[in-house]
Design a binder for this molecule. Sequence first.
Ligand code: SF4
Length: 461
Amino acid sequence: MKVKVINPPNDPFSSRGILIEPIDALNVASFIAGLGHEVELVDMDIRRMPANDYTRALRGGAAYDLAVIVHDYHIPLHQDGALASVKEIARQAKAHGAAVVAGGKAATYRPEKLLDDGCIRAAIQHEMEPALESLLLADDWTDAGLRDVSGIAFRSADGNIVSSSRDKTAFDLARLPIPDRGLVALGEYIDVRTILSSRGCHMTCGFCHVPGFWGGWRGRSAASVVHEIETLLAQHGAKKILFLDDNATVSKKRMKEICRGVRERGIRVAMGCLGSLSLYDRGMMEDMYAAGFRWIHYGVESGDDGQLGAIHKKISASEARRIVAETRGIGFRVRTSWIMDLPDATEDQLKRTADMILETRTEEIRLHHLALRMGSRFYDDYPAQPSSQYIHHGRQNQNLSRMEDGRVADIVSALTRELASSHAVVTNPDEFIDMDALQSRSRNLQIASLCPLRYGLGWQA
Ligand code: SF4
């Protein structure tokens, strides 16, 4: 089969100041290629092509059989408006005679939004590989045939949305090939290469969709991760590698094995990852530093114990303070992220958070407003709350906290004014395009950001 895997354009387009390669779409494309199909990856976001230009984006009129649209899947950069782009791309692909499938959060939780006009044949729910494998093998895409494909939704001939049964057995990550980065032009993206070394999370933070969407934590073997790191160096000259997993440090044993493998092979590259405070282990972090890890992102979210308990963060504010300090003492550059408008937050609680941010002053500080993500507990707990699926949306949620309208904004303004004495305060990701200009504002690239924050700043081996 000839297959196009599409990373749809963001709406508005993602800034070039933050754009990393679409590693989730690369994984999907490489998996399909590994099954023996001919695959092209079309990244319309980096090429700044609106959905109307999908046909032009194909660079040639060769017929193809299947379009696979990867939307808001592992990388949470697609804004709410991108959903319309998914549908327009599907409309054009169908007009080319191709079958169309889509995966990601909307396909999983709101398939009716994608299936209403009949252009997308199947919305793939949760992990895409099992359903893709079945669909690529199936010779019957009629309603009867699709009912036998686990983990999809489709619109049947009578107009109803049908969800097939879902086999909840987690996909075996050992079956994932090393992603073929040759499917994109890596030089067009920012200067940090990405790896997905695990899926899911052992935690159940109330605002987070990860455990619901991906399930419990599973990691690829240390050997395969080390092999991918070596490949990135040998084939792509990587200088910095970011583990973009939602939580790369869940298994201490596996992380230590990765570090040992990196050291034993004499691999010299700077690495970073996202990790959870609740599983912090000093010995593991020292091993990571010795292997080349230089950056970690901790989602702290709040400086108030009551709030931390309510979101199930499984850590106290004082313990989080200690871990952040210890991590920096080992030598890591640390990003912390915080949610300014958690449900039921009082002004005193938010002030405690602001105080902790000022006290810890990590090298990178990301201030968020809560996104009620489909698949999270909070999404179910606040069904009437209008919200964006975009984790970087800039609006305070109304009526969620116990503060009067405008108080969150007041406290955030006061906080960023204070942070400006030590950090460059960034409100637009385009500010990450001109790194010299940014460095003139903060020589060590200490950044406090109210928007997506570029990866790979200020760390090297
Ligand atoms: S916020 Fe992080 S630690 Fe919490 S469930 Fe999500 S991925 Fe896991």
